[in-house]
Design a protein around this ligand. Structure first.
Ligand code: FMN
Length: 188
């Protein structure tokens, strides 16, 4: 049986240049049996088309908080309630700040506040943005809250700098999700 069979994962995708890698993440998680629902920020749609994630995840992609569907329950609450995991990869400095401060101006941030599911974030950004005390404090806040951080890797960044800030390799992110969700399953 595929390792993620029966698991519902919300894959949050934000406006990092690494957003194109979310296509591989969505594809890998889907192939492992997960029901993947991608939720993109408006900025992420500048970098990768929602259609790409829709096809690879085999589910509609959420972008607009106000596109609520037809049910009585707000669509974002329904999705937040049924998730086993909220994975945000890549996570921008901005989304980390929104999460840390409880701001909910869009679909993904509203889901973060509404979901009872565990949260995993994989930051990706310019090294100076990552090193900034504001970003580091936001990461500490999320860690203290119990959110899981997949540390960014070292390498040559899209902005031309070399150092930490690169999205962790897709294979590592997928493995972390598998390990985490199999551990959660054993607890049940
Ligand atoms: C080409 C381009 C690449 C960007 N890459 C990153 C990135 O890797 N990480 C990051 O934190 N912000 C990056 N930004 C800035 C974010 O897109 C910007 O802060 C935006 O407001 C984030 O919105 P979101 O968090 O709602 O997706 C990039 C901007 C541009 C124009």
């Amino acid at each position: 049986m595929p390792s993620l069979d029966g698991q519902t994962i919300i894959l949050g995708v934000t406006g990092s240049i690494a957003a194109y890698k979310a296509a591989d993440i969505a594809s890998e998680l889907t192939k492992l049996g997960a029901e993947v629902h991608c939720v993109m920020t408006k900025e992420a749609t500048q970098i990768i088309a929602p259609l790409t994630l829709q096809v690879l995840s085999r589910n509609p992609v959420g972008v607009d908080l106000w596109d609520e569907g037809k049910g009585w329950q707000p669509g974002h609450i329904e999705l937040a309630d049924k998730a086993d995991l909220l994975l945000v990869a890549p996570a921008t400095a901005n989304i980390l700040a929104c999460f840390a401060h409880g701001l909910a101006p869009d679909l993904l941030t509203a889901i973060y506040l509404a979901t009872p599911a565990p949260v995993m974030v994989a930051p990706a950004m310019n090294g100076k943005m990552l090193a900034h005390p504001a970003t580091q404090t936001n990461l500490e806040t999320l860690r203290a809250r119990g959110d899981l951080i997949i540390d960014p890797a070292d390498g040559v960044l899209a902005c031309g700098y070399e150092g930490p800030g690169k999205l962790a390799p897709v294979a590592d992110i997928v493995r972390r999700v598998e390990e985490f969700l199999s551990g959660e399953k054993k607890k049940k």
